[in-house]
Ligand binder design. Structure first.
Ligand code: SAM
Length: 228
C-alpha cells in the first residue's frame, strides 16, 4: 500500500503579493492537488507565480463532502495543499474540519506559516499583546452581537475582532455601549496601498470612520484594566 500523502496548510497574502513566501511557492509547486476556498482567486495566485496545478473546491458549503474526497486522495498517497481566499487557513476561514478529518485518518498535517490579519492588527494596535482573545466575526444581529460582546466585558485580555465594512459602525457603536469608551485600534487594508492603523478610543474610531463602506477591518479593543 502506498504511503499516505501530507496535508499542507499554505498561508497566502492578505493583500500584498510580495508576502507570498518561498516555501509557500515551493509547496504549491510540489503538491499533487490544491484544495481552494475560492478556485478563481487561487487560480490568479497560481498563475501569478507560474504554478500549474489542479484544484478542488473546498469551502464552507461543501466542507464535509469535499473534505472526505480530499482525505481519500491523501490516503492514496497524494500530497494536498489547502489554500483559503487570503491569509491563514482555519482562521475565520475553512480549515478546521479538514485538519480534524486528516488527523483522525492518521494523515500528517503541516503548515507553511505567513500573513494573518489578526496577528498584524494586534501587534500594531499598541495595546497589550502578551495575552489576547481572538473573537473572529461578531454575529450580525444586534441582540446576538450584544451578548457576544458582553461575554468578554470582564476579560483581562485584549480583544480582537474581524468585521465587514458594512457593519463596522454598528459594531463600534454597540462596543461603546457595552465596554464604555475604552482604548481601541482599527486596522484597515493591512499590507495594501491604503493600509492604516488608527489608535485611540472607541469614540475616536466611530468619529474617524469614513463612509466608503469599503476595505477590510480588524478591530482591537483594550481590556478594562488597560485604563486602570
Ligand atoms: N484567514 C484570514 C486571516 O488569516 O486573517 C481571515 C479571513 S476572514 C474571512 C476575512 C476578514 O479578515 C476580513 O473581513 C477582515 O476582518 C480580516 N482581514 C483580512 N485581510 C485583511 C486586511 N488586509 N486588512 C485588514 N483586515 C483584514
Amino acid at each position: 500500500m502506498a504511503d499516505k500523502g501530507v496535508l499542507y496548510l499554505v498561508t497566502t497574502p492578505i493583500g500584498h503579493l510580495g508576502d507570498m513566501s518561498l516555501r509557500a511557492i515551493e509547496t504549491l509547486r510540489m503538491v499533487d492537488m490544491v484544495a481552494s476556498e475560492d478556485t478563481r482567486k487561487t487560480g490568479h495566485l497560481l498563475k501569478h507565480f507560474e504554478i500549474g496545478k489542479p484544484q478542488v473546491a473546498f469551502h464552507e458549503h461543501n466542507e464535509r463532502k469535499a473534505g472526505l474526497r480530499i482525505i481519500r486522495l491523501l490516503e492514496e498517497g497524494r500530497d494536498v495543499a489547502l489554500v483559503t481566499s487570503a491569509g491563514t487557513p482555519g482562521i475565520s476561514d475553512p480549515g478546521f474540519t479538514l485538519v480534524r478529518l486528516a488527523l483522525e485518518a492518521g494523515i500528517e498535517v503541516t503548515m507553511i506559516p505567513g500573513p494573518c490579519a489578526l496577528v498584524m492588527a494586534v501587534v500594531l494596535s499598541g495595546l497589550p499583546v502578551h495575552s489576547f482573545t481572538f473573537k473572529g466575526f461578531a454575529p450580525r444581529t444586534s441582540g446576538k452581537r450584544r451578548r457576544f460582546l458582553e461575554m468578554e466585558k470582564d476579560s483581562p485580555h485584549t480583544l480582537v475582532f474581524y468585521e465587514s465594512p458594512y457593519r463596522v459602525k454598528a459594531f463600534l457603536a454597540e462596543a461603546l455601549e457595552v465596554y464604555g469608551n475604552r482604548r481601541a485600534a482599527v486596522a484597515k487594508e493591512l499590507t495594501k496601498m491604503f493600509e492604516s492603523v488608527r489608535r485611540g478610543r472607541i469614540e475616536d474610531q466611530l468619529a474617524g470612520l469614513d463612509d466608503s463602506l469599503k476595505g477590510e477591518y480588524v478591530i482591537v479593543i483594550g481590556a478594562a484594566e488597560c485604563d486602570r
